[in-house]
Write a new protein. Structure first.
Length: 133
């Protein structure tokens, strides 16, 4: 259970209900997931995070599927079980197949392994890498 519990739609005030309604309309769903219900204890932050989420996760120079897979990769690296489950489901809805998932996991595993090695060996950044910025 969430530290403060969940604010269900029927118990939400008008500010929270407005965000919940927008989430359901935008995502074309009939329920609010637990993350938003936990965050609803702070209506200002709920609205801010939802607006930011809508803007950033929408398609753009990076398409929506790739954004979901980036989010999933970071969630895996940060070991956030909730986000892994949520963004795996979302990426699958956007077209991530088992083959894509397996390849993504290979990249995540390789990056984490090499990041730890670079950090452990305290490898200096090559000058040509610095120039690319």
């Amino acid at each position: 259970m969430s530290t403060l519990g969940f604010i269900e739609y029927e118990n939400a005030g008008p500010e929270v209900r407005a965000v919940y309604d927008d989430i359901m309309a935008t995502r074309k769903v009939d329920r609010i997931n637990n993350f938003w219900k936990a965050l609803a204890h702070d209506p200002v932050r709920l609205k801010k995070i939802w607006e930011e989420n809508k803007q950033i996760m929408a398609g753009g120079a990076i398409d929506a599927l790739n954004k979901e897979m980036i989010y999933l990769a970071i969630s895996i690296s940060n070991q956030c079980d909730y986000c892994i489950a949520s963004h795996t489901a979302s990426a699958r809805k956007k077209g991530m197949t088992d083959e894509i998932f397996k390849e993504l996991m290979s990249v995540v595993g390789l990056a984490n392994q090499m990041n730890r090695l670079v950090a452990g060996f305290q490898v200096e950044i090559d000058e040509p890498f610095k120039a690319v910025g």
